[in-house]
Design a protein around this ligand. Sequence first.
Ligand code: ZN
Length: 253
Amino acid sequence: MPLYSLDAVVIKSRNLGEADKLITLYSRERGKVRAVARGARRPRNRLAASTEIFTHGNYLLFANQGLDNISQCEITESFRGLRESLEGAAAATYCLEIVERMTEEEEPGGDLFPFLLAMLRVLAADEEDLELAVRVFELGLLARLGYLPEFSQCVNCGCEVKQGASFSAALGGVLCGDCRTQDRDAPPVAPDTLAAVRFLVGAPLNRLRNLRLTGSNKAELRQITQSYLRAQLGRDPNSAFFLALVQDGTGPK
Ligand SMILES: [Zn+2]
């Protein structure tokens, strides 16, 4: 039987049939892979813990007609800390959902796997500004998948945008003051928010705690990434509302 192993994180876990689980892994070797864990919902099943969302482990799979089966797993990190923190769990669930929704199966994601692991570790340690960490993750994911919006030059005329900018999710980037009418729904973006978003693209996840951003900068940053992800996905991620509720008591903007 053809066996293969994956260094992977469980990004989605669903019940299947009477006792099985259908899980989606994001792996170092093959990107996103869906597989069945037979009997994982039976009491004391040896696969039960390794099919929980957030779990990082070394998974042994055997190839099948249709979906592959999980044969064994050695857990590397269970990220227990995440399960004990409401904000950490909400942020991690959101990050895993956007990875799941934005990627195709068996599509190599470059260094997306180590980036995802680094994000889970930052969320579990809970020493950073988690809202900013989520922004860095969204931008890093978009950059790695080749969907990063344009934050420097006007997407209509190509000029260098400094002030009077607005962000058009539909057009995929910033518009200068002169081209603002190209998308009348595009909300304005303050110059310091524009500078912040350029800095956050590629910023290290573990160096965010000293960044001083105002509430209005953060609100504009959230509006930028969430409106753009919504345009890419066709709707808000399911977990976006809960994350916004946990972070500030409101829904997505
Ligand atoms: Zn322009």
